[in-house]
Ligand binder design. Structure first.
Ligand code: ZN
Ligand code: ZN
Ligand code: FE
Length: 768
């Protein structure tokens, strides 16, 4: 039946396009409910450009509708733009939800995976609910998203739920706009949805209830691969030191910290100290791993994080986690992979884990479309300090201070991410891993293609690191594009931090990290740059030291200690051995000989290597098994830090701007001789480097009149050192910026490359 058109003056029809994160967050049922409440007719539809709404009714009601939309959108929606056009009214009786339209350019963003919501958690444990104990319960406010979407727009038929036909009860919810599960794409129940299975080491399915059995095996010390949202975890009892050691051996990860999943906040509080801010992060729908100080009296074994007094803690974020943790207590939940490879996500990968690393697998038949590891962060000065940005945060986009052609920025080779841009938005990928691993290279190639397709972006410019031998560089150069652009590593660090903080103009960029290729073909990593998005000038840097044996010096920090001691005047083998008892006289002779040969001992200004040297001198690991290990140990030693610092010089004349730490090393040697404890020395070392950085910035400011200081590089994962630098620079009147949206490590390089490519493409209206 058709309704007559109401009197023309009284009725208004609006066509509203809502852009931002508007799909997969329950926005259409929200629109439906609000339109119905206001008695408006019209429609809502997902399109690649955004959510398209048409409403028709009295002008006053339309206004209320638009206002509510702007001010109180659904909880997880992010409205970035609302475009409104008035149209001619037409005969219409009802408000309807139309099927998704596939036409047009892809402009919407889609949500990250969302942790199980409180409503769903209660149903999970409610014996009268039809989904009681069903491990795949979800609704429009929670559940998998990023990891099940094959293509956009976000619709069940384009997710890995495609092959599960809804049963009548689920279909009723799915089609009822008043229901919490209205068009919840992963909606499922025990009748129609995915099912759990427990496999033994040979891959054979075991009979019986999978969760209870898996919990039993865990309690006996077994290692169980558990299928999560973005890949498999390897789980074992966190309290069982033998199981933890076995997991480390099998995974070939001897020292790097392992994350612990706790059943609930109360359980975390038994073991860790935390602030209300950290509590909020732990409970947020992203459910990241949050690095927390261990509480005294915490009985979890030190094997969890042998180099640090901290624990990476997180809470259950899938129904399966809730069911399992309820039966086991705290579990190690570490990425299911070997060393730095990507997480395993499918049957083929699981087969490689089973029997070698895992004794059992708690798995299911809902496919994971793409891997997405857990995010890891700390809170520093109230802000987020990411160590890894992935699940729960990807595919959020970042607004840029400039726009231009579509860019693919390939990132660096360690802790790789890549980044796409379109207009003034950047889309950083999830953490990919270390591209030295063949499995990571495959994952990288697949993800670049996948991300371009998902976002409908065809890159016109490809940006990459200046390092000629990076996998990402070679790949970038082989790609068809209008333009290729090489970007210096530390310039990229600084540009990334500027972009995420919307900093414009010139800055003093402090880039402290392990390794980055310099235009002079030496290894940079302790740099103070005068920079904007277009270019940079190297104003100051750490006085370079030779790395005896090149790459070998990265694996064996004791070699850097030898190099720095040599620079501070220790030349005799016997003297050197007194300082570095871990080395034999023969080893020292060889290393001293190497030191004199520039081909075998490339120069580096790396701050990472400086941390290595001091750590080794203080008796920390002479060799390391993961990137930054010596620095982690040194930070742990330094405790809460100090304001005292050692002597240092900022050289003048020919070597102007070089920061020399020779006198610091001599003072450290004196301290050691006098029996000062390592902890105090480590603390004073931290504040010396912070003081040297601040003094160098102050000197640079006198020359270039720039008041903004930007901090980036892996060294700033050390929040003690970050705080010391921030404090000293702000005391000197600088506006100080650090990373809060991306990690300060090489995970941010791709964003920096992308904005530099935009700036150098010059198509951004000259905005800087
Ligand atoms: Zn829910
Ligand atoms: Zn069902
Ligand atoms: Fe770096």
């Amino acid at each position: 039946m058709e309704q007559a058109i109401p009197a023309a003056a009284a009725v208004q029809r609006l066509r509203i396009l809502i852009q931002g994160q508007v799909q997969g967050v329950g926005f259409r049922p929200w629109i439906f409910r609000h339109a119905k409440q206001l008695n408006l007719s019209g429609s809502v539809c997902n399109t690649p450009a955004g959510l398209l709404v048409e409403v028709q009714g009295p002008k006053a009601e339309n206004e209320v509708f638009v206002q509510t939309l702007r001010q109180q959108p659904p909880l997880f929606a992010k409205v970035e733009a609302v475009h409104i056009m008035e149209e001619a009214a037409r005969p219409e009786a009802d408000f309807v939800i139309l099927p998704s339209s596939l036409e047009g350019e892809v402009l919407v963003t889609f949500p990250p995976d969302l942790a199980t919501c409180e409503d769903c958690r209660q149903e999970l444990f409610n014996p009268h609910d039809r989904r009681h104990l069903y491990p795949f319960i979800n609704c429009t406010a929670c559940g998998p998203r990023f990891t099940i979407i094959r293509s956009l727009p976000y619709d069940r038929s384009r997710t890995s739920m495609r092959d599960f036909a809804l049963c009548p009860a689920c279909a009723r919810e799915y089609h009822d706009p008043g229901n919490r599960r209205f068009e919840a794409q992963p909606n499922a129940c025990p009748v129609c949805g995915p099912q759990l299975q427990l496999l033994d080491a040979a891959g054979a399915a075991l009979a019986g209830e999978p969760v209870a059995q898996a919990a039993g095996f865990l309690q006996q010390g077994a290692i169980v691969a558990v299928k999560g949202l973005g890949g498999y975890h390897l789980a074992c009892l966190a309290a069982d030191s033998r199981a933890v050691r076995r997991l480390r051996e099998r995974k070939r990860r001897p020292h790097k910290a392992l994350a612990v999943m706790f059943a609930c906040m109360e359980e975390i509080k038994e073991h860790c100290l935390l602030s209300p801010g950290e509590e909020r992060e732990l409970l947020s729908p992203a459910r990241p791993i949050v690095v927390l100080p261990r509480k005294s009296g915490c009985f979890l074994p030190t094997e969890i994080s042998p180099d640090s007094p901290d624990i990476g803690a997180f809470l259950p974020y899938t129904p399966l986690h809730y069911l399992l943790l309820q039966k086991t207590g705290p579990l190690i939940m570490t990425s299911g992979n070997f060393s730095e490879e990507p997480m395993v996500k499918d049957e083929a990968g699981l087969a490689a884990l089973l029997g070698t690393v895992a004794d059992y697998a708690l798995t299911h038949n809902r496919p994971i479309v793409r891997q997405c590891d857990d995010s890891v962060l700390k809170l520093s000065g109230g802000g987020r300090l990411f160590l890894r940005r992935a699940r729960g945060f990807v595919p959020h986009r970042i607004s840029l201070p400039l726009a231009g052609p579509a860019v693919l920025a390939c990132g660096a080779d360690v802790k790789n991410t890549f980044c796409l841009t379109q207009d003034h938005f950047a889309y950083p990928s999830q953490h990919i891993g270390d591209l030295a691993e063949e499995a990571s290279q495959e994952f990288y190639l697949a993800q670049v293609e996948d991300f371009c397709a998902l976002h409908g972006i065809k890159p016109e410019v490809v940006a990459h690191d200046l390092h000629p031998d990076y996998f990402s560089t070679r790949l970038a150069r082989g790609m068809a594009a209008g333009r290729h652009l090489a970007v210096q590593h530390h310039h990229a660090h600084i540009a990334a931090c500027m972009a995420e903080n919307d900093v414009r103009g010139l800055v003093l960029g402090v880039a402290l990290d392990g390794t980055g290729y310099g235009p002079d073909h030496t290894v940079w990593g302790g740099e103070i740059l005068l920079a904007d998005y277009r270019g940079f000038e190297r104003l100051a840097h750490l006085q370079p030291r030779p790395m005896p044996g090149g790459e070998q010096a990265i694996l064996h920090p004791v070699r850097m200690a030898l190099s720095y001691l040599h620079g501070a005047g220790v030349h005799a083998v016997a003297d050197m051995q007194a300082w570095l008892p871990a080395l034999t006289a023969g080893q020292i002779e060889n290393l001293l000989a190497l030191l004199g040969k520039p081909t075998y001992s490339p120069l580096t200004s790396s701050a990472g290597r400086l941390f290595d040297a001091v750590a080794a001198l203080l008796g920390c690991a002479g060799s390391v098994t993961y990137e930054g290990q010596a620095a982690v140990q040194l930070q742990s030693l330094a405790g809460e830090g100090t304001d005292d610092f050692y002597a240092f010089e900022i050289l003048r004349g020919e070597k102007a701007g070089r920061i020399s730490l020779e006198s610091m090393f001599r003072e450290i040697m004196t301290d050691i001789k006098q029996g000062q404890n390592a902890s105090g020395i480590a603390a004073r070392f931290h504040s010396t480097l912070a003081e040297a950085v601040a003094a160098a910035c102050e000197q640079a400011r006198a020359a270039v009149k720039v008041e903004q200081a930007v901090l980036s590089g892996g060294v700033f994962q050390n929040e003690l050192f970050l705080r010391m630098c921030e404090k000293r620079l702000s005391q000197r009147g600088f506006a100080v910026y650090s990373h809060h949206a991306l990690p300060p490590n090489d995970g941010c390089i791709s964003l920096g490359q992308a904005v530099i490519a935009l700036a150098q493409s010059g198509a951004n209206g000259g905005e800087q």
